[in-house]
Ligand binder design. Sequence first.
Ligand SMILES: Cc1cc2nc3c(=O)[nH]c(=O)nc-3n(C[C@H](O)[C@H](O)[C@H](O)COP(=O)(O)OP(=O)(O)OC[C@H]3O[C@@H](n4cnc5c(N)ncnc54)[C@H](O)[C@@H]3O)c2cc1C
Ligand code: SF4
Length: 328
Amino acid sequence: MKPFSYVRATEKGAAIQTVAGDRAANFIAGGTNLIDLMKGGVAQPDQLVDITRLPLADVTAISNGLRIGAMARNSDVANNRLVRDRYPLLSQALLAGASPQLRNMATIGGNLMQRTRCYYFNDSTMPCNKREPGSGCSAIEGYNRIHAIFGASEQCIATHPSDMCVALAALDAVVRVEGPNGERQIPISDFHRLPEDTPQIDTVLQHDELIVAVDLPDSPFAARSHYLKVRDRASYAFALVSVAAALDIDNGTIKGARVAMGGVAHKPWRAVAAENILVGAKANEQTFTAAAEATIREAQPQKYNRFKVEMAKRAIARALTKAAGGTV
Ligand SMILES: Cc1cc2nc3c(=O)[nH]c(=O)nc-3n(C[C@H](O)[C@H](O)[C@H](O)COP(=O)(O)OP(=O)(O)OC[C@H]3O[C@@H](n4cnc5c(N)ncnc54)[C@H](O)[C@@H]3O)c2cc1C
Ligand code: SF4
């Protein structure tokens, strides 16, 4: 591992100024992703600014929703009473991610910023446009079983690995950030990027900006939501396909619907076509199947991940059925 210096921040202004003053400095939170990348030579910061002591770990009710501090641990958020009661979808998604030990270390901010699990990105001997722009994409002609079926580009077909972010996409979360020029709020749908011609840039966060919190607006979906994750093994594994489904049903008719997917695109993928079919329709198997079919019509699979198309279709229909409270 390349040598680096380390400083622990106790005040967010100082943490931001330190990173702002050094292009090769990085914030470090739980370290569960960044340290692995440093060990593999994928990330090579000169300086780490430890932000785990910043007082940003609270989960607080706010006038129109809930605020979750960026330093809150994934396990604490998943088990928080307000989250479990008001946003069970988020709790389920967090508990579907990683292992208990990792969830005890991983933070909300770090989870938003975690990098792809593309094998070639993590292998610094292989060409990868995300790791080294212009070097090529090894996955396009390679073993692309875990890669994207939506929104990929000729530069990169990686997927975003987070479970939490899929639930945040369905819940219309807002990411609050602070930088040297002040604060700004970024809707979760704009936070992560599609790869286009610059796959090395995962998010719209600037180098010197610190995520301080995630806000969840009040939601009518607490009673009827479900996070479904399909993966290679039950103990822990990243999603091949996941679905966050949330329904607001009145007298058998769907008043509101949110469907977001993981494991299928470079960012949490909001299934707008499905939502359009769901709203105003009867909550039944026929509607759920139609919503799933509309979503996968846009899929563009690679050589080794064609199975994801059928898997996604079934996962959407099943997640919606579960959310509605029925059985398959
Ligand atoms: C074996 C294994 C299995 C896993 N399985 C899953 C899974 O199934 N589902 C899933 O979703 N995740 C999974 N993970 C990923 C895990 O959830 C992430 O590693 C974790 O959420 C990252 O959080 P962290 O606090 O450790 O981040 P760190 O590793 O500390 O940081 C990650 C990145 O975020 C940046 N960062 C951190 N906090 C902030 C902030 N407040 N503002 C700005 N930038 C910040 C850092 O600079 C760094 O670039 C797995 C990880 C491992 C190792
Ligand atoms: S899919 Fe993206 S991350 Fe994977 S090798 Fe290609 S450019 Fe790199």
